[in-house]
Design a protein around this ligand. Sequence first.
Ligand code: HPA
Length: 246
Amino acid sequence: MPEKFAIIVGSGFADLVDDAPAQTVDTPYGQPSAPLYESPIGRHRVLTLMRHGDNQGIPAHLINYRANIAALKAKNTSSIIALNTVGVVSQIRDGGQIGIPDQLIDYTWGREHTFMTGGDMYERHIEFTDPFSSPLRTRLLSAAAAANVDCYDGGVYAATQGPRLETAAEVDRLERDGADYVGMTAMPEAVLAAELKIKYACIALVVNRAAGRGDQPIHDDVETNSAAAKALAMRVIDRVFSEETD
Ligand code: HPA
């Protein structure tokens, strides 16, 4: 089976799906955040899902993550590249840069976070030691290198509940816990993909320094850095899809 790619994008990526036909998908969990848009990127036909909805109206804690992942599965997606905006907690990156995290810590709560409803114990307790797909990460990192994009290899993504941003003390705690990035959307996305055996990797777009770390209000930081981080991520995406896969 040829690999079927999807990208899940956050705010600021509406231009990706400009003229693509919309595919409405219903799932046992309800409707995904938005229709799926299938469009040619490089040598691939890629599904794009707007995580926060077509109008960006769905905050992170209200996203129907199960419907999103189930809809992509229904369209035979085998690999998901997730673009997630983050604040940076540690020193590994700065605003406007990108990285490919290799670990995560989940601080979210109250979200529908599993497809499991019982049954076999080994199915229930899926291994999640490496939450991001190693082959897909490698592929993204190679694409970044080939496209001459500075992209950090690794780092720990802390998934917080939102929708508010963190306090400075919370960010200090995240750093003590070993986090490098903080964002609100990679969980339960990553684990739901793992449950359905879809490869999942995250491009972390650093749009701000986390609370208490920057020298300007966070929203100003986001304003300053978003376009640069997005441009780097798009260079990686374009490069990945310019390559044939088996
Ligand atoms: N915290 C949580 N989520 C985020 C941030 C942040 O600082 N920046 C972008 N998404």
